[in-house]
Write a protein that binds this ligand. Structure first.
Ligand SMILES: CC(C)(COP(=O)(O)OP(=O)(O)OC[C@H]1O[C@@H](n2cnc3c(N)ncnc32)[C@H](O)[C@@H]1OP(=O)(O)O)[C@@H](O)C(=O)NCCC(=O)NCCS
Length: 186
């Protein structure tokens, strides 16, 4: 693994580790969640719950590969935290990792998630030296799998009725991109 390069700095965004001062912004976008955002929050929209979540996820990276590294998405204009991306190395030997994301509803529709996820993939294939990066989503989460396609990930699997949501069967998609494909896309 090469030297770490956090925070990740893009045109409009900083992807960085959580700091205690971020809690108010995170609660704000969490309280204004729509159906899909609410369904994918790993915390309740309260300060206590947000603090407990990020405290439990403090990762020892860069001393080792991140088991799950959460990075808040800070919009440079206004220095506001508006979302989260995460990356977790699921198999160190084979350099396989999973990524995930969420973005406050007010900030969707502007290409912000695309910018953040592309930067995360560059980080994964660069400093982390990964070989394959994948993501999973329910098939009805259209914005999420369209984002996967927008950043160049390919649908590898359609798992039919693989899980139940509120008592109803749901399908799941797995998307992935390989290091070599990513390099060719740049
Ligand atoms: C998944 C999620 C992050 C996608 O957000 P998004 O706003 O659709 O994605 P982006 O920020 O990349 O914005 C893309 C949109 O902005 C538009 N756009 C504007 N400028 C753009 C640019 N410079 N680059 C790319 N797209 C741009 C695109 O056309 C697209 O618009 P459309 O939705 O009308 O097609 C968001 O819906 C979300 O947080 N969902 C809830 C959490 C979740 O489901 N997480 C995943 C669990 S598996």
């Amino acid at each position: 693994m090469k030297a770490m390069t956090l925070p990740i700095d893009t045109e409009r965004l900083l992807l960085r580790k959580y700091e205690d001062r971020d809690v108010k912004d995170i609660v704000e976008y969490s309280q204004a969640a729509d159906f899909w955002l609410a369904r994918n929050l790993d915390w309740e929209p309260t300060e206590e719950s947000v603090m407990a979540y990020y405290e439990s996820k403090r990762d020892i990276y860069p001393e080792s590969y991140p088991d799950w590294l959460d990075l808040v998405i800070e919009l440079k204009a206004g220095s506001k935290v508006i979302g989260n991306v995460g990356i977790g190395v699921k198999n160190v030997e084979h350099r396989q990792a999973q990524i995930g994301w969420l973005l406050g509803c007010r900030y969707q529709g502007r290409g912000i998630a695309t910018e953040a996820v592309k930067a995360l993939l560059t980080f994964g294939f660069g400093p982390l030296g990964l070989h394959r990066i994948f993501a999973r989503t329910g098939s009805r989460n259209v914005r999420s799998w369209r984002l996967m396609e927008r950043v160049g990930m390919k649908r590898e699997a359609h798992l039919r009725q693989s899980h139940k949501v509120k008592g109803e069967w749901d399908d799941e998609f797995i998307y992935a991109v390989l290091a070599e494909e990513w390099r060719l896309m740049q």
